[in-house]
Design a protein around this ligand. Sequence first.
Ligand SMILES: Nc1nc2c(ncn2[C@@H]2O[C@H](COP(=O)(O)OP(=O)(O)O)[C@@H](O)[C@H]2O)c(=O)[nH]1
Ligand SMILES: [Mg+2]
Length: 725
Amino acid sequence: MESRIRKVVNITYEKLTASLPQESMLDELIYLTKRLLTLKNKSSFDPIYIGLFGSTGAGKSSLLNAIIDQQFFLPVSDREACTSCMVQVNSNRGENYEAKIHLLSLEEWKEELKNLVELVKKPEEEEEEEEKAEEEEGEEEKEGDVVEAVRKLRALYGKDAEARPYSDLLSAKLLVNIPASKCIQLKAAQAEELSDELDPYIRCDNYKDVKEPAQDDVGSRMRLWPLIKYVEVTIPKSDVIPEGVVFMDIPGIGDYNSKRDEMWKETINKCSVIWVISDIERVVGDKVHEVLLTESIKAYQGGMCSDIALVVTKSDKLHLKEYLRKRRVNNIPIETKHDAILDRNITVKEKKSHGMKKKLKRTLLRDSEVLHKPDLVYTVSATEYWWEKHLTKEETEIPKLREYIRNIYLKEKKQLLMDYVTEALGIVLLAENFNSTQDMVNHYQQIYLEIFVEEKIKALEKEIEKCFAQLEQPLNEGVKQAKSSHQKAFFQLLTQDTGYQGFHKTLKAVCQNNGVYASRIFARIDLNSALAQPIYDKIGPMFANIFRIQWGTRASLKSSLDMFKFSVQEKIRDVWKKSTVANDNCKLKFFIAETNIILSTLEREILKKKLDIYQSLPLSILNDLQPYYEEAAKIQGRQSCQKMQNILLENIERQMQGRMFERAKEKMKMQLQELKITIIKRLWMDISTMLKLVLSHQEEHTERLPDFQNEYREIEEIHEELQRM
Ligand SMILES: Nc1nc2c(ncn2[C@@H]2O[C@H](COP(=O)(O)OP(=O)(O)O)[C@@H](O)[C@H]2O)c(=O)[nH]1
Ligand SMILES: [Mg+2]
């Protein structure tokens, strides 16, 4: 269907441009050609992003390899050996496997360097005692933030880099060259070959043995990893993954570097589907995936996400004897590992689906589509997909996930195609229209229509205000809640009696990064969002209701827009019927098609704006707290940890009791107000332009366009077929 419609659009364009006069084109013709050209050049539809969201080691890369049916493609991490950067997997029509490694610019690196140096700084004399204990402990906590910072510095500046001051490092030459393009491109004919090439860049385990700056090629490659911003890989067209699907491998906690962290957030928000990935041995009890689920629900609320699932990995990891001993119910006898795996899969699914539904219901609407999916939880095994030792391919559930992707893909693609066809229909109708010298309505009817539309837009503005006003009460309740609650997690962090010695460094990093820090030990810390959470908890369902796009209810923005559209379309049908002017229905059809396009374009823009509105709360809070973060970040010397805690606690408490939350609320309301104005302005402009095109008194043009009857019929046919699907 896509190629059929593209063909018609191309033919229409050729026909039109061939017949156009060279000079003094009428406005209508200019408009028409421009629209058609835009449509023709829309080379591919927006990709559909699927996010695999999980901690390092959860099995994301292995899962992706299985899904794309390439056993050795994305490097798999054995014991923390791979950097946890974001990886984007596309497919294209080419023959090759390609990778692009995007690097931080020198400026972006310098910004990170400053924070890293602070983090690894040697203790000043007064602090020494505090620190000594920590150093002794150091060896044990390999994953710590400080250890990671040291690794990065050593990779780029050589041995003992952590002992050098910032100014020194700033002027030092990096042991690697950053290519001017900030991008390294690799290409290979085979998946494995590319994987081998990619591997040294993102592996970071061997640097420790490299004492001296390795100037050779491989050594240099192995030092680049701290600079990687993200990696983009492209696989050739594949039978298992439809074109236009993009996978995003998203590490669980975000990133220390603010540029990367920004990207991390953006990426989550552009995913249509988010899979929270969790290891089966951790999924029960471990809380990490709960945090990830909360992040995903935020993306569902604020971003493009319309579907969430929990994918539990490594279902093959099972010790039969242990499992049997722990298993309580004995009604179904289990003898083989195969049976035990499947048995556990069922239990995990039941338990996790239940928990997820409970959590989703708290923030989303009861009739949200995601709550009514047959499967919320998948239990997969990437290893067994290749081995088939205990499980069949079907039982690894990899094919099931592919089916899932296919369904999402078809659903979204159908919608995109529908929009495209509707637009084509409108344009061809407009072209047909051009030749007609008949007026659609008489002069009075025209004025009458214009007034009608103007009034309807005014009424719509009121409706939108009413719609947004529904947030007022939950917002107020949220502010009240935020002020009175002691926001446990948040205060726990700040008042932590540091059982963990490196805590004050973490706290320092939190302050340096304005309250947001992806710590290896404490997972993601985001003080501003944590403070806003009680408000989010209160407004959640209503916010979802207002911005819902599936089944509009009376309370939603979409239903106000729909009502507006229907009443305007109804009116023009009415006027057209009563028109005394002799008339074909070509103009009427154009009008209907064009209003549909205007409104659906607007809806897509609203979806994008939604994110700004949703994020306005923590941004406003950050704005109020910034001076105190800065103040605390400067603290040095004896008992710096205690001092930092005091500054933060005192000031945050004061701000909380002051108007911080009210200001956040006002910011959100302001954003809503802005959205309303944008909607009204856009509608007014687009609809009056369209009315002018349809209703303006037509004079006999000297130019005549060719006949587009055939093209029109073909497009209409496709349109109907799509509707029946
Ligand atoms: N037994 C088993 N191990 C797996 C499976 N998938 C991944 N792993 C192992 O888990 C570790 C981390 O996997 P990786 O895909 O790199 O995780 P990522 O960091 O999330 O990308 C590696 O040692 C893999 O071999 C699985 O299905 N079964
Ligand atoms: Mg990985």
